[in-house]
Design a protein around this ligand. Sequence first.
Ligand SMILES: NC(=O)C1=CN([C@@H]2O[C@H](COP(=O)(O)OP(=O)(O)OC[C@H]3O[C@@H](n4cnc5c(N)ncnc54)[C@H](O)[C@@H]3O)[C@@H](O)[C@H]2O)C=CC1
Ligand SMILES: CC(=O)C(C)=O
Length: 240
Amino acid sequence: MLRELTGLNAIITGGSKGIGKSIAIALAQEGVNVAIASRSLDLLEETANELKQYNVKVFYKDTNIAHQQDVQKFIEDSYHALGSIDIVINNAGIMKNNPFLDVSESEFDQLFETNVKGIYYVLQESLPYLVKQNSGDVINIASMSGLKANANSSIYAATKYAVIGMTEGIMQEMRKHNIRVSYLTPSAVLTDLIGETPLEEDTMTHPEDVADVVIAQLKLQPRTFMKTAQIWATNPTPKQ
Ligand SMILES: NC(=O)C1=CN([C@@H]2O[C@H](COP(=O)(O)OP(=O)(O)OC[C@H]3O[C@@H](n4cnc5c(N)ncnc54)[C@H](O)[C@@H]3O)[C@@H](O)[C@H]2O)C=CC1
Ligand SMILES: CC(=O)C(C)=O
C-alpha cells in the first residue's frame, strides 16, 4: 500500500520554474509543506503564490546554490519555517552546449559549481537533520546525459556523471539511517533549459511527468525505494 505524504516538509532547489516548480506543485497537492530556492526572487514569489492555494506552508528564498553561505541560510531558514526537513529535492541545474574545445575554464567551473558542488552544499547542510530524525528522502535530478554523453555537452554530461557517482556513495552511507537517496535520469524535458526543440511538444516528456515519478517514489513504503529511474518520452516525434 502507498503511504500518505500529508504534513511532510520538503525543500526543492530550482523550485521557481521548470521541473522544480512542477515537483513543488505536485508535493503541495499532496499536502506537503514546501521551501523553494532559486536565483530569481520574482519567479519565486510568483510560484509561492501559486503554491499557497493548496493550503500548505510555503517558504522561499533567493539562493545561489553555488554559494555555500546562501545554501546554509536557505536550509536553516527552511528548517525553522517548516519545523523539520523530510524531503530534499536537488533539482537546480544549468546546461551549456559547446564543443569541448570551445569550453572556457569559467564555463567549466560554473557548471560544476552549480550542478555538483551545489548538491554537495545542500546535502552537507540538510542531511544532518534527516540523520537526527532517522528518516527522510533525497532525490537528485541527474540526467540521461549522466549515463551517456553526447557531442557538444561533454562538461554538462561530466557534471551529471558526477551527480550519479556522488548519489550512489551517499545512498550507501544513508541507508542505515533509514534515509532513501535516489536519482532520476530524465531524457529531454519540455522546459526553458533545452530551449527551442525540433520535437512536437506533445510527444515530449513534460515537467509534470517527472513530478509524477517523484511522487510515486516518495509514496512507496519507507522500507523500500526505487534507487533510480530513467524517464524517456515514449514516441518523441519531429515537428512537421
Ligand atoms: N529539461 C531537460 O531536458 C532536463 C533537465 N534535467 C535537469 O533537471 C534540472 C531542472 O532543469 P529544468 O527544469 O529543465 O531547467 P530550468 O532552466 O527550467 O529551471 C532550472 C531551475 O534551477 C534554478 N537554478 C539554476 N542555477 C541555480 C543556482 N546556481 N542556484 C539556484 N538555483 C538555480 C533556476 O533558477 C530554475 O529555477 C536540472 O538539474 C537539469 O540538468 C535533466 C534531464 C533533462
Ligand atoms: C537536458 C538533458 O539533461 C538531457 C537532454 O538529457
